[in-house]
Each structure stands twice: as structure tokens, then as C-alpha cells.
Design a protein. Structure first.
Length: 137
């Protein structure tokens, strides 16, 4: 299993909307960055992803699970980009603000801090455990 972080602007697609999509989940589409696209292509069914509200909030608010591997993004007319299907898993008791994440030395290597504009990024298991624990306090 691999771990990821997916960013979405909450006024475009929020965790509450993700939750309402139910068991069938929804396509995580609209990604137009080649590095993020390559990360989507590496995702596997069962992988877990932090759901991050970008721009408004700047915080990890919950977890989703990949339920369908990468497929061509239907919103991309040139057919160069991919999407994955994700399903809601849980909402955090305590959203994890970016300011708080930046203060933790053990996870200072994360792309969330180093490449702040990247919308789909890998998270190593050690960092996942640290962040997951913070979200459930």
C-alpha cells in the first residue's frame, strides 16, 4: 500500500461533497500538472490519501481511498492526463493546519512543504503515521 496527499479547493470540491458521493466515490480529475499526473498513474487500488483543502483552510481534513486505478481524465480533451476514482474513508476530528505541519521537523521533507503547488503527492509511511495521529486527536 502507498500513501498520498490530494489537494482540492473546498469551494470546488470539499470533503463533505466527497463524503456524499458514497461507496461509488468520484473521479479525482482536472489535474493538469505532469508531475501530479505521474503520481496519479502510480496509485493502486487500496492506497490511502489525505484529503487537503487548499487555498481556503490550507489543512488536511480527512482520508479517502483509491478504488479505481488511473484512467484517462474525461475532462482532458487532449487525452494526456489521468484521474483515479476515490471514496471517502473518514473525516478528521482535528483538521491539520499547514502552519502546524511546517513546524514538525520529522516531516519537513514532504512535498507539501517543499513543492506547495503540487496537487498530488506521495507521503512516506512514517510521515503518514505522524499526520494521521495528529488528525485524530
Amino acid at each position: 500500500m502507498n500513501y498520498w496527499l490530494l489537494k482540492s479547493e473546498p469551494d470546488v470540491w470539499s470533503l463533505s461533497q466527497q463524503k456524499k458521493s458514497g461507496l461509488k466515490g468520484v473521479a479525482w480529475d482536472g489535474v493538469r500538472n505532469f508531475q501530479a499526473r505521474n503520481n496519479l498513474k502510480k496509485m493502486d487500488v487500496g492506497d490511502l490519501c489525505f484529503f487537503y483543502h487548499s487555498n481556503i483552510g490550507k489543512e488536511i481534513v480527512g482520508v479517502v481511498k483509491v478504488i479505481k486505478k488511473a484512467f484517462l481524465d474525461k475532462t482532458d480533451k487532449k487525452q494526456r492526463f489521468f484521474a483515479v476514482q476515490v471514496r471517502f474513508v473518514e473525516e478528521f476530528k482535528t483538521p491539520i493546519k499547514l502552519e502546524k505541519i511546517k513546524k514538525i521537523k520529522a516531516i519537513s521533507h514532504l512535498p507539501l512543504i517543499k513543492q506547495s503547488r503540487l496537487s498530488v503527492m506521495p507521503i512516506d509511511y512514517k510521515s503518514w503515521k505522524i499526520l494521521y495521529k495528529m488528525g485524530n486527536i
